[in-house]
Design a protein around this ligand. Sequence first.
Ligand code: MN
Length: 140
Amino acid sequence: MGQTILIVEDNPVNMELETDLLELAGYRVVQATTAEAGLKTAREEQPHLILMDVSLPGTDGLTALQQLEADPVTQAIPVVIVTAHAMKGDEERARQAGCAGYITKPIQTRHFARIIAGFLASSNSPTTPPEPKAGPKEHS
Ligand code: MN
């Protein structure tokens, strides 16, 4: 089983795209469509990484990031902010709040899984690379 990634995203198209790309790369994905649900799932699942949308119904993703960082149960989990709003203030706020990374939408489908793998590798948590999908053995 690969590492677990929690996606907090309220847009169904983005959720499906991100989920497909990560599952294809061998990760286990858990989903939440609000920050409130995401915080609960983060505590319960202890994912290896959280992808956090900024614009969400209810609590926004940057506030949720601050709450994750303030909670001893979740503060060690790296959080990557994913946003359509390429606002300088947002990125600065996210980095000050301790995000592990910052991705701007639209998602780059060809590179997304590799970018996430990079964030996992550079995070402090002990990590192992995701297991590749079972495939035919290499020809020698
Ligand atoms: Mn959103």
